[in-house]
Structure formats: structure tokens, C-alpha cells
Design a protein around this ligand. Structure first.
Ligand SMILES: *Cc1c(COP(=O)(O)O)cnc(C)c1O
Length: 392
């Protein structure tokens, strides 16, 4: 039996998988077992922000693995402290809790919101339509999409849903009992829906006035994805809490919740924990990711490539009748189709040896590595254009 047969026999059937069996990656390229070379415009769903097998990441992983991989969180090590300091010095005064995945970072934020809610009698949490915060039951309860929630009801109680980037709808539904609002400043999984800065500003002012925690889920938008280290900096609106994960370890699992100074005493010893959270290995790698983003001037590069993609995508919008809209910021871009053909085009793209993403069968997405070379990006987009042509 071959690899795909083993998958079928031994792996729980929770994903629909297509395409070849991959073997090796380098930068923005992936090779399959037959030796075919692909351009990866969606490396690891936004996880591999430095592309595949960055030599510096590989080096640090190996050297740290020889020194210290894991010690429990009731003991000290240098790298967790250094990484927390790095994150705080680059965002705002506060403290950090480390975990391993996006959903876990969101869970930590929800648990802190519950603690806050009990103290101030504001137990209710507001989330956004079409949001995506992860698959654990807590995070799922804030992921207001029927297809993800329905099979797992009953979910957490006390969660209200409002329209994304619609302040009037928020004002209608918010109440004295609302203690926290959680949103992605740019909804990734939903198809790159960008909140307006006016909306975020109004939300910020309202939350200040009514003493509501404003939580940004930056699992996808963080770590330079939008051309600033964190997306809230691009919008100029500071949340009280924010999450990071996907790009934080450049491919290695790590996540965190960042809590602003005023709320950083709400959790006390024993209230929350994660066995693997903030291990020496994960933190050391993440520190290296920050270093590489700085050293290679990647934020500037993201903004340059943003301009390039915008120009090309706007051109496609005029050229291809099947495109309804293109939108994006930094290196987070979507092509919304008029028809439900995105899954088909994703498979076509694989045939053209370019890896993209299809979401909700109507949106094509790309999230290239921050360090993608301009020529590789252009060649990848050229292949994608060929794929779009096949439908027109
Ligand atoms: C991917 C994602 C998550 C979930 O992350 P996991 O690591 O899969 O738990 C949460 N929030 C956002 C915004 C995401 O994009």
C-alpha cells in the first residue's frame, strides 16, 4: 500500500486532501516525491512566514535541541523570558502567556474574559459573523459559522454574534453585560475581510467607555503579515488583548496571548496552564524569527510586494469576468469569484504547480512567505493567471 492508502486506512477522516505527496521544501518551493517542483504561495496556511527550511531556523532548531528542548513551566529558562520581552517591547506594556496553537491562545483570552466578567458582572462575550478562532469548544463557540458549530452543540453560553465591521449592529446588540469583544482585524479564513479603521476606532472608544475588553485575534495577521509586525499597528488601534500563533514560530508550533498592563493581574498561579507552552525550543526558534524579520528587512519587503500584488490583482479584476472582487493587505490576499469554483481552481493550480488556497468554494487566497523573492512571486502569479484563464 502507498502513502495515500495508509492515510485512508489509519488517519481519521477530518480533512479532504488532494494532490501529490510532498517531500521537501526550500524557501517558497516545495517538491513532491516524484521530484516535481511547486511554487508555494500559501506556505503552511500562513505558518511558514520565512518559507520552508530557512537555514537560520534549521540551525537554531538543531543547536537548541542539543541543549534543552523542554522543561516544565514551574521552572525558569532564559528563552521564554527573552521572547516575552521581545513581544512586549514591540507591542505595548503588558504580559504574555505562552501556548502551542491558535485555538489555545484564544482559549486563554476567553478564560481571562470570563474572570473579568465575573468580577465586573459582565459575563457576555461578543464575536463576529464569519469569524474563525479555532476548533476547541471555547474557540469554536466564538467561531460564528454554522458548518463548524452545528455538529458540536451545545457550545459555550453567553456568546453573542454581531455583523463584522458594522458599528451600528454592534451598538444594537452590546449590553451592560458585555465584558469582551473578540475579532480578527482581518478575517482570514472567511476570505480576507478587512475591518475598516473607522470601525476599529469606534469599537476602541466604545470599549474604553463601557469597560469592555477588546481582543484582536492576530493568529493569522500577526508577525509581519500585513507589513507591520502586528496588524493592529497598521490600523493604529490598540487592543487590550491579542493572540499570535501561525507565523510566531516560523513553522514550529507556538502561540501566545498578550495581555495589556491593566488586565495582566487577572490570572494568578494555578488558574491557567499549558504543559508544552513556551518551551525552550519553541521560544528559541521564535526569537530567531523576530531576528530574521528585522535583519532581512522583511516588513519593508512585504509592503513592496503588497503594491505589486495589488497592481496585478486589480488588473485581473478587469480582465476576468469570473472575478467579483479582489482584496488584501500586506501578503494576505483574496480573489472572490462570482461562482462556486474555487475548489476546482485550487486543483487546477496544483496541476500548474502552484499552491494556493480555496475557502468557502468562492474565494482564492494567497499568503506568500514574507521573504519570497520577487521573481518567484511573479512566476507563481503567472501560473495562477493561467489557471484563471482556463475558466474564462
Ligand atoms: C488558524 C487560526 C486559528 C486557529 O489556529 P489553530 O492553531 O489551528 O488552533 C485561530 N484564529 C485565527 C485568526 C486563525 O487564522
Amino acid at each position: 500500500m502507498d502513502v495515500k492508502g495508509w492515510y485512508k486506512r489509519y488517519i481519521l477522516n477530518t480533512y479532504s486532501r488532494v494532490g501529490p505527496v510532498f517531500y521537501r521544501g526550500q524557501g517558497s518551493f516545495l517538491w513532491d516525491e516524484e521530484g516535481r517542483k511547486f511554487i508555494d504561495l500559501f506556505p503552511g496556511w500562513g505558518v511558514n512566514i520565512l518559507g520552508h527550511a530557512h537555514p537560520q531556523i534549521a540551525k537554531v532548531l538543531a543547536s537548541q535541541a542539543k541543549r534543552l528542548v523542554h522543561i516544565p513551566n514551574n521552572l525558569y529558562h532564559r528563552w521564554q523570558a527573552e521572547l516575552a520581552r521581545k513581544i512586549i517591547e514591540n507591542s505595548f506594556r503588558g504580559k504574555v502567556f505562552f501556548a502551542n496553537s491558535g485555538a489555545e491562545a484564544v482559549e486563554a483570552g476567553l478564560k481571562l474574559s470570563r474572570v473579568y466578567g465575573r468580577i465586573y458582572k459582565k459575563p457576555e462575550i461578543i464575536c463576529m459573523e464569519n469569524s474563525f478562532h479555532g476548533r476547541t469548544l471555547g474557540a469554536l463557540s466564538c467561531t460564528a459559522q454554522k458548518k463548524y458549530q452545528e455538529p458540536f452543540r451545545p457550545l459555550l453560553s453567553g456568546i453573542k454574534v454581531v455583523k463584522f465591521s458594522d458599528f451600528e449592529d454592534f451598538k444594537r446588540k452590546v449590553s451592560k453585560k458585555t465584558g469582551a469583544v473578540i475579532l480578527e482585524p482581518i478575517q482570514g479564513e472567511a476570505g480576507v475581510n478587512i475591518a475598516s479603521s473607522e470601525y476599529l476606532l469606534k469599537l476602541r472608544e466604545f470599549c474604553n467607555r463601557e469597560k469592555i475588553l477588546l481582543i484582536f485575534d492576530e493568529v493569522q495577521t500577526g508577525m509581519g503579515r500585513t507589513g507591520r509586525l502586528f496588524c493592529f499597528q497598521r490600523f493604529g488601534v490598540k487592543p487590550d488583548l491579542f493572540t499570535l500563533s501561525k507565523g510566531l514560530g516560523g513553522g514550529f508550533p507556538i502561540s501566545c496571548l498578550v495581555v495589556g498592563r491593566r488586565f495582566s493581574s487577572l490570572l494568578t498561579p494555578g488558574m491557567h496552564a499549558s504543559t508544552f507552552g513556551g518551551s525552550p525550543l519553541a521560544c528559541r526558534v521564535s526569537l530567531e524569527v523576530f531576528k530574521i524579520i528585522e535583519k532581512e528587512g522583511l516588513l519593508k519587503k512585504v509592503r513592496e510586494n503588497e503594491t505589486l500584488i495589488r497592481k496585478i490583482f486589480k488588473g485581473w479584476q478587469k480582465k476576468f469576468k469570473i472575478i467579483k472582487e479582489v482584496r488584501g493587505l500586506g501578503l494576505m490576499w483574496a480573489i472572490e469569484l462570482k461562482f462556486a469554483r474555487a475548489d476546482y481552481l485550487f486543483k487546477k493550480a496544483l496541476q500548474e504547480k502552484v499552491i494556493i488556497n480555496a475557502t468557502h468554494n468562492k474565494v482564492l487566497r494567497i499568503m506568500p512567505a514574507l521573504n519570497i523573492e520577487k521573481e518567484v512571486l511573479i512566476e507563481g502569479l503567472f501560473r495562477l493567471e493561467k489557471v484563471l484563464t482556463s475558466l474564462s
